[in-house]
Design a protein around this ligand. Sequence first.
Ligand SMILES: [Zn+2]
Length: 318
Amino acid sequence: MSTAIRIGALSAVPGTRVTGLVPVDVGAATIEVPVAIVHGSPSGPRVSVTAGIHGAEYVSIAALREVVLGLDPSAVTGSLVAVLTASPAAFAARSIYVNPLDGLNLNRQFPGDRDGSPTQRLAHWLTTEVLAGSDAFVDMHCGDMNEALVSFTGIEETGDAAVDARSRELAEAYGLRYLLIGPSPGTTTTAAAALGIPAVLGEVGGQGRWPREDVDLHAAGFQRVLQAAGLIEAAPAAPAHRTEVLSTEAWIRATTSGYWHPAVVVGERVPAGSAVGEVQDAFGNVLERPIAPMDGVVIFFVSSLAMNAGDPLLALAG
Ligand SMILES: [Zn+2]
């Protein structure tokens, strides 16, 4: 029996790193997904990781490339399967939120559909070819091109105490400022949970930028997760701050289109009932003044002046 790890036509035997573009037939097109397999040894955990589920989230994509391409297979116990840019058409188009092939948000379509639209087929491919069979899964994100956010990790509660405890350990190893615990239907971590795989979402930075300090924070956190998963022995030290756990979340969405003037900043604690900003028309008239529905920390807010009805304005967690 071969001990090679295979993704599409890529095959990595123990002691090697293999990289390449993997063709994925999504119906309307065949896309080429950049994948790296770092295979240390046949025994040991298999960890899978994705970045670029949202194509304009550059801190996560830059951090994953740095870690994976710098990883020495001889220092790895087990294997790492890394999807370096999970939605290549969205990356190429610099697309916010959605895959331009069908206008769907990939991180709302998991576990996907083999016979569905391009995004649904891509989600199905990632679920069956990348997530399935993993001992742990990491999904690296950041604020989108139009979003500022405070760094946080997110995990699900699956009802399986052992899986949940492991996800919690991985999130704590990431060491970001906040840990959000709660359901997120249609996402990678929900698909992983359904397969009984401990999983963590990591979010650092945003707004179409990838400053060195954000890439370093994301990369160091991811390396600590690999260490906690038993894949590598050494990782950068954890930051000094304590991670604060937040278990309820509220997204506030625009009901009108116009000019968005937020009145809060990321990480700010906002009391229930306070105005979080206003949407104005072209002439400065106030169209709406959204109110915080709960006490909470501003996890992210949209930083573009342009606002469309139905889009998120910001999210609170408490
Ligand atoms: Zn994202």
